[in-house]
Structure formats: C-alpha cells, structure tokens
Ligand binder design. Structure first.
Ligand code: ARG
Length: 284
C-alpha cells in the first residue's frame, strides 16, 4: 500500500491531538426514572462501582495527555454524569441545551453557568430541544445532527444560525440508539481527513445515503457492536476509548490504524451511556 497518499481509511499515521474535556463525577448517579430502553429503575445501581469506573475513564484521558475539567455534580440530577448532553462548545460559539425530558431540565443551567464561568461563554440558551453533543457532532467542516428521539429538527436550524455553519440532519430510527453518539463515532475530526464509524441500522434510509455520500470510506459497524453501545466511543484522532465488550469494533479500528483503549463503564451503561456520553469536548 502506498504511504504517500493519506485518505481516511488508510492513513500514513494516526495523530493524536491534545483535547480538553469536561466531565461530571457520578456522585448522584442512580437509575430512578426510565427515559431510554437501557434504563431499568427496578435494577439497583452500584454507586461506588460507577464512581470507580468513571475515575478510570478520567485517568485514561489524562494518561493519554488530555486535560480534564470537572463540573460539580448536583444532587437530584442523576444523569448529570452524561456530560456530552451539557452543551456543544466550538470555536464559533457555545450552544447550551434544552432537554426533552423534565427529569434532566436542571442540568442545562448547571452546564451553561460552568462554561460561562470558565471562559467558554456566552452560552446560547436554546429555544428548541437539543441535547448537546449527544446529538450534535463536529467532524471537520461538518456538523452532524441527530433527530427522531431527543433533539428537535427545528434545533438543527437554530444551531446553524447561532454558529453560522451548516448542519447536516440525520434521522435516528431505533430507540436503543436515541442519541447520535450512540450510533456514530467521530474517529478523526481533522477537516483534512475526517473519519467516522457508524451503525447504518440506526438511521433511516435517506440518512444512510447522506452519510455514505459525505464519508464514502467510513467504517460501518455491525449490530453486535451497536448493541453493546460500542459506537459511544471517544477518539483523539489516534486512541479510541471504547467499551471492552466491543471487541469486533476494536479489531476494525486497529486495522484502520487506530489504537483501541478499552475502559469498562458497565455501571454507567445502566443509564444508557458509555464513554462518549460521559465526555463533553471543549473546543476553542
Ligand atoms: N439517561 C440519559 C438519558 O437518557 C443517558 C444520556 C446518554 N448521553 C448520551 N450522550 N448519549 O438522557
């Protein structure tokens, strides 16, 4: 294989860039309501295990050279650990969130205020429902946006106006993959060689066509990978932090030149989230 050219599927070398992440410790994590098919309020959560697993995720990011900021966890907001839903932070501006479910409503201001107090404001307070990086993912010049379960289609237009960059809408059709980040991993967000992996079955046919057009070399994953929430992974352009249950995905990533880094978050999966859900990327 030639090493003189670099396309997304066969790069000369994967490069990791240092990232800034925002996380929230699962100090008040529990499953007391059910707003996605993964949640079972009758099954007890092991709170200390959840905290240990989250600490391992944080330590893994730090070992990889990334900077982790932590927003204080608020009592009564058990899903606040899923920091990806706290905002979308880009060099063009920060968009706050408006949750689809009242149980999570209180998280929106907690995240917006933290960002403003840490130099990442002003934070736009949205009119339409959008659940932050759960449904809004930056891939190079593309801003991909999910809808169908949580984020409103109208919010896609709102985000487009606030940030002044086009948004590509993708329709999610399987309730297990209710946020875009449960169906698609951004592997490389560099505009020169953007790369994604996704589970086609999570999207309607039109959205599958759109994805195939935008990313003809994308890695398509199987149902077994998606079913362990394997797509909910965090990549720095080289290392991909993912579920240890997503073995086939790890092999596929390694073949593509990425370094899979398994971190077990089984206790946080009870809320319907994996590594990406627990991680908000702070850009700009
Ligand atoms: N229990 C949370 C909810 O249903 C999980 C959120 C997961 N976050 C994500 N970015 N996919 O809202």
């Amino acid at each position: 294989m030639s090493t003189s050219t670099r396309d997304s599927a066969h790069p000369a070398e994967r490069l990791a860039g240092p990232r800034r992440y925002l996380m929230c410790a699962p100090e008040h994590f529990t499953v007391s309501y059910e707003i996605n098919p993964w949640m079972d309020a009758a099954a007890p959560v092991d709170a200390s295990r959840a905290l240990e697993q989250w600490q391992e995720l944080r330590a893994t990011f730090e070992r990889l050279g990334h900077q982790v900021h932590v927003v204080p966890a608020a009592p009564g907001l058990p899903d606040m650990v899923y920091a990806a839903n706290g905002a979308l932070v880009t060099p063009q501006g920060s968009v706050g969130v408006r949750f689809a479910h009242p149980e999570r409503a209180g998280e929106a201001e907690a995240y917006a205020r933290w960002l403003e107090e840490h130099g990442l404001g002003p934070v736009h307070r949205p009119v339409h429902v959008n659940e932050g990086e759960g449904d809004l993912l930056v891939v190079g010049e593309h801003l991909l946006a999910g809808h169908g379960f949580r984020t409103d289609l109208a919010a896609h237009r709102e985000v487009e106006e606030v940030l002044g960059r086009p948004v590509t809408s993708l329709r999610l059709v399987d309730p297990r993959f209710y946020h875009l980040d449960t169906a698609l991993t951004v592997l490389d967000d560099d505009p020169e060689h953007p790369d994604v992996a996704y589970f086609p079955g999570a999207f309607d046919e039109e959205s599958q066509r759109v994805l195939a057009g935008l990313f003809p070399h994308a890695l398509r994953t199987d149902a077994a990978t998606a079913q362990v929430l394997g797509m909910n992974a965090v990549s720095d352009g080289k290392h991909v932090v993912l579920s240890p249950r997503a073995q086939r995905y790890a092999e596929q990533l390694a073949q593509r030149g990425y370094v899979p880094v398994p971190v077990d978050l089984s206790e946080l999966l009870r809320g319907g989230g994996g590594a990406k859900c627990c991680t908000l990327v702070l850009r700009g």
